[in-house]
Design a protein. Structure first.
Length: 153
């Protein structure tokens, strides 16, 4: 098989995995004090980035998620409206806006992270240790290739 055919095959596989992953794990919903909070998949990813970094610039979020600054602004605006995130100017550079989690955001993140982890475990519970090891090895190798590609850009 030629390189172009291999790339076509890889593209088809990756194109199928993304929507399957989103469909399986993308329904993020939480109920807090009779309030239903429903997050889109990219809102959950954005909340994760902010949570794990403490605070994040729009540029960092944009680069990490691979979306435009305008899209990041929309996602962060939605999270602000839900009371999960707030913004402040970077004390070291007033032109940079940082997004950070509110207390409500931290609580919801922990709850959703636990729900996501349980769903993930439930999905893979019938896989053997050997199959899980194989998935880990392939994803790790793929991650290394992506990092290598990023450094070569």
């Amino acid at each position: 098989m030629q390189n172009q055919e291999k790339l076509d095959e890889l593209f088809n596989i990756v194109s199928m995995i993304g929507p399957m992953f989103k469909k399986t794990f993308g329904c993020i919903q939480s109920i807090n004090d009779n309030e239903i909070i429903k997050l889109a998949f990219n809102q959950k990813i954005c909340l994760d980035l902010i949570h794990f970094s403490g605070e994040a610039s729009m540029s960092l979020i944009s680069a990490a998620m691979g979306i435009s600054h305008q899209q990041v602004t929309r996602v962060v605006n939605d999270l602000v409206k839900l009371g999960l995130v707030d913004r402040k100017k970077d004390p070291n550079n007033k032109r940079v806006i940082l997004a950070y989690e509110t207390e409500k955001g931290k609580e919801l993140h922990l709850k959703l992270h636990g729900f996501f982890k349980k769903s993930f475990y439930d999905y893979f519970k019938n896989y053997s240790t050997k199959e899980i090891d194989e998935i880990i090895n392939h994803i790790t190798a793929l991650g290394k290739l992506f990092k290598l590609t990023e450094t070569n850009d």
